[in-house]
Design a protein around this ligand. Structure first.
Ligand code: GLY
Length: 269
């Protein structure tokens, strides 16, 4: 809101808002201090989409704490949409970003504890997939969105989640609205959730109805009760909603008159 109120663009608000979370070492699922993979390496996914339908993304980016800013650079300074791994890191360094160790003493300690007790990957339900997804609309009705995460804790090295996949974790159509996702990225990719939600809003469904349709698609999985997927949607009129397959999903709403945390409704009661 501070960025928007200072007269800067809705895309600036998305990037700067997500940077706050990426820079916070206490948030253990995004940026600095994010969960590492099974070998102790923190690898990050992010994507961003603007009001003109242009997108940028990074996948499997290491040692750069602000993947959302690199995603924006990909969108604005290359002919591509998605850069991954070493190439994404090289691009970040060429653009003046700093190489940093993202594994904090706290997340290192937790990873070492996990290594002693777990031979398999962590359970996707118990683990935190607290991706940040941020959608914003400005006073002129322009919409943008972004997503940033360290992904599934102790994932297989090489794993890329939904947060770098436009259409899965994020979609923006300035004529209709936007949607973003958090939770088990594999299921979000397989159901192309955010694109589905925006298309449903285009058909006239409300943000809540559209999120429910995307969550119901998860019922194709026999085990949809053992993982978590949650969506947020925002339409052109500024109406918004969140919906989850399971309980315990909350999201924040900030306007000039309001700053609050809302408990999302959910499907599996
Ligand atoms: N939704 C974040 C991830 O699964 O990587």
């Amino acid at each position: 809101m501070e960025v928007l109120n200072s007269g800067r663009s809705v895309l600036d608000a998305i990037e700067k808002g997500i940077n706050v979370v990426e820079n916070d070492p206490k948030v253990d699922s995004v940026g600095l201090g994010g969960y590492p993979d099974a070998e102790g390496n923190v690898t990050l996914d992010a994507c961003i989409m603007d009001s003109n339908g242009n997108a940028g993304a990074v996948a499997y980016l290491s040692n750069i704490k602000n993947p959302i800013s690199i995603a924006r650079h990909v969108k604005e300074k290359t002919a591509h949409v998605l850069l991954a791994g070493k190439g994404a890191q090289k691009f970040a360094l060429q653009n003046g970003f700093k190489k940093e160790n993202l594994l904090t003493p706290e997340t290192k300690k937790r990873w070492e504890r996990w290594k002693q007790t777990n031979k398999e990957m962590h359970d996707p339900v118990k683990d935190n997939h607290d991706t940040i997804g941020l959608l914003a609309i400005d006073k002129n009705g322009n919409i943008a969105g972004g997503v940033s995460t360290s992904g599934w804790a102790y994932k297989m090295p090489g794993r890329v989640g939904d947060s770098s996949i436009i259409g899965a974790s994020l979609f923006v159509d300035n004529n209709v609205g936007a949607a973003c996702a958090t939770g088990l990225g594999e299921k979000v990719i397989e159901t192309v959730g955010s694109f589905l939600i925006v298309e449903k809003m285009r058909e006239g469904y409300s943000p809540l109805e559209a999120c429910k349709i995307a969550i119901k698609r998860l019922s194709k999985y026999n085990n949809s009760n053992i993982f978590q997927v949650s969506y947020l949607a925002l339409n052109k009129d500024g109406e918004y909603a969140g919906f989850s397959n399971q309980k315990e999903f909350s999201y924040s709403i900030v306007t000039n008159n309001l700053s609050t945390i809302v408990k999302s409704d959910y499907l599996l009661k």
